[in-house]
Design a protein around this ligand. Structure first.
Ligand SMILES: [Cu+2]
Length: 144
């Protein structure tokens, strides 16, 4: 019985990964201090490939803005890194030195089930302005 379940699970995972796993590029840019694209929609098992198009930036998840039980992530300064996301939910992240200037981004894995919780994280200055824009865009309220 246990063997059957294990086999079925392995088959399921292999099928899911080979059929749909994708990698989306996100550039770290000095122009406008931004991540491009600032919002990424992927499915669990997919990856985000961070590209240091300009140097002097990093990317790190923000406490309280990732799904419960999800692992925090970090992309070192001026380095290329691919991060796989396996837990559904919304992930807010920042460039540490340019956080106050609004250098932030959102990764939505399958759905934004933790959006209400993420919106409660206190933010200031450019980070607050930019996240408000991104959340509104996510909710289809851009321009309101
Ligand atoms: Cu930066």
């Amino acid at each position: 019985m246990l063997k059957f379940v294990g086999g079925a699970l392995a088959l399921f995972m292999a099928t899911t990964l080979s059929a749909t796993a994708a990698t989306v590029d996100v550039k770290m840019l000095s122009s406008g201090y931004s991540f491009e694209p600032a919002i990424v929609h992927i499915h669990s098992g997919d990856s985000v490939h961070f590209i240091p198009a300009d140097k002097g930036h990093n990317a790190q998840s923000i406490a309280g803005m990732i799904p419960d039980g999800a692992q925090a992530f970090s992309v070192p300064f001026s380095q290329e890194k691919t991060i796989q996301f396996t837990k559904s939910g919304l992930y807010g992240y920042k460039c540490l030195p340019h956080f106050a200037l609004g250098m932030v981004g959102l990764i939505v894995v399958d759905n934004a089930n933790n959006e209400a919780q993420a919106r409660k994280v206190p933010l200031f200055g450019g980070a607050k302005r930019r996240f408000t824009q991104l959340f509104n865009q996510l909710d289809g309220n851009a321009g309101k």
